[in-house]
Design a protein around this ligand. Structure first.
Ligand code: KG4
Ligand code: ZN
Length: 346
């Protein structure tokens, strides 16, 4: 058993999409355990997440995953300061499983309950296991499967939304373009892998910037441009993509990825200017992308800014980031009632 110390231990649960996750984190930054049971194999043949399948798999996985997180951390319930859960945004019937589990455990163990916004928690991934402290204000970019948001971060609990996607999220565009190119699900890592063999300058795909000052995003035109490019190879107008050589696929993947990266970098640059940021903070699954990380490093170096970006393994959904944000809410006394409900939006 862990020795008695003055550390604040929080157990967090994450079930917003297709990962059943639980973690125990100390003082909001040191990961004692982080268990993630991915359902990717269950959804693969549908090319996307099926909510009913996700919910059922969460029900099966949640207790074993929580037990494993507690065992790996070598922690007993009495040592916990609180139980936290991501209650928004996400698939309601998936969130419901985590919220019900967290409420039950908090009640049974007589611990306070903390509700965490999954999107805001993604930023905490960049702070986990890092000695760096954040210099505020920060221009904070979330690039995930469901969201592409830019914030003015005045603190981890004060995020002002500056811009968001008006159609597809960046990760969604990666997933849809991967489907067009017949690359395996989830699409982001597949595109990145194919792009390594391709020429990012091969095809001039559009960079949609929505005007000179806008901080909103639009990726659906880019996705359609990829589809037309593929169809246009020999069957324009039909809703089928002809067979392509591995080199053609690699060039399309690299050119698409370059277009997404250019847009994300330009919008982040604008946000930095607008809020007078000293730090760029990036989170979400797409932040695992090597080309994006490199481009953001160059932007930060050019503008003499700090760049806080999560370790690759912490970019995608996990519960450690939920526990990290919960720690700040714990310190601020922001607890949730037992009537807490899941919420699809947020
Ligand atoms: O943050 P996340 O795990 O889940 C959501 O909250 O949505 O993000 C998942 C998204 C998926 O769209 C996936 O294709 C994308 O992140 N992704 C990537 C990479 N790894 C994951 N996109 C580009 N390059 C990657 N290496
Ligand atoms: Zn996420």
């Amino acid at each position: 058993m862990t020795e008695q110390t003055n550390e604040t231990l929080i157990l967090a649960i994450e079930t917003s999409c297709d990962e059943t996750a639980a973690a125990v984190v100390s003082n909001g930054c040191r990961i004692k355990s982080s268990v993630v049971a991915s359902q990717a194999r269950l959804h693969e043949r549908f090319g996307g997440v099926v909510p009913e399948i996700a919910s059922r798999a969460h029900v099966e996985q949640i207790l074993p995953v929580v037990r494993e997180a507690m065992e790996q951390a070598d922690v007993v319930p009495e040592q916990l300061a609180a139980v936290a859960v991501a209650n928004q945004p996400g698939l309601t019937i998936a969130l419901m499983v985590g919220v019900t589990a967290a409420k039950t455990l908090a009640w049974a163990w007589q611990k306070p309950l903390i509700a965490v916004n999954h999107i805001h928690a993604h930023f905490q991934s960049a702070m986990l296991e890092q000695a760096d402290t954040i210099e505020l204000p920060a221009a904070a970019l979330i690039v995930s499967g469901g969201h592409t948001n830019l914030y003015d971060a005045e603190s981890c609990l004060e995020l002002k939304l500056l811009g968001k996607t008006i159609d597809d999220a960046a990760g969604e565009a990666f997933d849809k373009v991967a489907a067009i190119l017949n690359l395996p699900y989830p699409g982001g890592p597949s595109i990145e892998k194919a792009a390594r063999q391709g020429n990012p300058g091969a095809i001039a795909f559009p960079r949609t910037l929505l005007g000179k000052t806008s901080l909103d995003f639009s990726f659906s035109g880019l996705k359609t441009a990829v589809l037309y490019h593929c169809q246009g190879q020999d069957m324009k107008g039909q809703n089928r993509v002809p067979a392509m050589s591995p080199q053609e696929i690699a060039d399309i993947a690299a050119s698409f990825q370059a277009a997404v990266v250019d847009v994300l970098v330009e919008k982040t640059r604008r946000a930095v200017e607008q809020v007078g940021a000293r730090t760029i903070l990036i989170g979400g699954g797409v932040a695992a992308n090597g080309a994006l990380r490199q481009a953001m490093e160059s932007l930060a170096a050019r503008q003499h800014l700090r760049l806080l970006i999560a370790h690759k393994r912490l970019c995608t959904d996990n519960a450690a980031m939920i526990a990290a944000l919960a720690y700040h809410k714990y310190r601020a006394g922001l607890f949730a009632p037992m009537s807490l409900e899941p919420k699809a939006t947020g």
